[in-house]
Design a protein around this ligand. Sequence first.
Ligand SMILES: *[C@@H]1O[C@H](CO)[C@@H](O)[C@H](O)[C@H]1NC(C)=O
Ligand SMILES: [Ca+2]
Length: 373
Amino acid sequence: MLSIVFVLSFWATNFIFYTAYTDAKDLKDSCSTCRQITDNFNKGFERTAKQNFGGGNTAWEERKLSKYETSEIRLMEIVEGLCDSSSFECNHMVEEHEEHLETWWFKRKTKHPDLFKWFCIDTMKVCCPKGTFGPDCNACVGGSERPCHGNGACDGDGTRAGHGKCSCHHGYKGEFCLDCIDGYFNEERNDTFSLCKECHASCKTCTGPTNEDCDECKPGWEENEEGACTDVDECSKESPPCKENQYCLNTDGSYSCKACDKVCSGCSGPGPEHCLACADGYKDEEGTCIDINECELADPACPGEHRECVNTKGSYKCYCVSGFEEQDGVCVPTPEPEQEPEPEPEPEPEQEPEENQEDTDSKPTDPPTHEDL
Ligand SMILES: *[C@@H]1O[C@H](CO)[C@@H](O)[C@H](O)[C@H]1NC(C)=O
Ligand SMILES: [Ca+2]
C-alpha cells in the first residue's frame, strides 16, 4: 500500500516538474508538430485525389469516386501518412486528437478550408497566425504585418510561446530593428521602415557609402586633407614594420611581411631580382642572385686526394671517392670486407646481407660542411 502511494506521488511530482520545465520549448515544438501534420494532411489529400480511379468512366465509377472523395476510407488513408513511425510527438498528437480531424473532414471542411488555421490555431491552440505570438496571439514588436519591421525575427512568431521581441538581422539593432550597427548606415529610414547598408571599408562609423562619409576611420586608415579615410602606407614609414629578410607589402587598411627569396640577404620584393644583397653561396649576376659553383673555383673547395666535390644550391659537399672513406679529415682506403670478422648469424638472414655490405662500401662518408674546411 505504502509503495503504491510512493510510486504515485513520485510519478505526479515528475509529471508536474516535466510539464513546467518543458513548457516554452514544448509549445514551439507542438506548433511545428501540428504544422507538419496539417502539411502532410494536405499532401495526402492531393495524393488520394487520383486514387480509386479505376480507369473507366462509367456512371457507376463516377458515383463511386465522388463517394470516395469525402469518405471515411479516404480520411483513414490520409491519416495513416501523417507521421513518420519514428516521430513520437507526431503520432502522439494524431492519436490524441484524431476526432478533431474527423470533425473537420465531415463537418468543417467546407466552411473552414484552411486545415492549419482550423486545427492548429483555432482548435488545438498550439499555433498563432503569422506575426503573432504567445497564449493570446498578440502582435509581434513592429506589428503582425511586418514583425520587427522586416529586419529581424520575432520570438515565438506563429506559436503560443515566446515574448514577441525581436532578434535583429545582421546590420540592424534596437528594440524595433530600425537602427544600424556600427559600420552600417541608414540608406532609407522612416518610423516603420529602415534599410541599413555597409559603410566603406575604411570607416568605423559612417553616414553614407563612400570613404568621404566616414565619421571615424578604421585602424589602418587615416583622414587626408579632404576629410576622406585613406590607407596608411605602413611600408613607407621611417621604421618599416617587417623583420630582416622580409619585405613589406602594403594593403588597403593593413600590410603584410613576406619572406625574401632564399637567394637574398634582405630584399625589396619577391623573387631573386629584388635582393638587396645575395645570401651566402650566391653571387650577383646582372641584377639577380645565382648559385656559386664552388667546385669550379680556382681554389679547390674540396682539397686533398681522393676527394670529390658536389655543387649544391647555395653550398657544396665534399665526398671521398668510391673505395675511400673519411678518417681524421683525409680520405683513406675502405678496409676490405673479407678482413672483417664473420658477423653472427642474424635472426633474419634472408635480408639481403650482401647488398647491405655493398651499400656501406660505396656510401660516402659524412662530408664536412664547407665551414669546417
Ligand atoms: C516609409 O518608407 C517606406 C519605403 O520607402 C514606404 O513604403 C512607407 O510608406 C514609408 N512610411 C511612412 C510612414 O512614411
Ligand atoms: Ca596599408
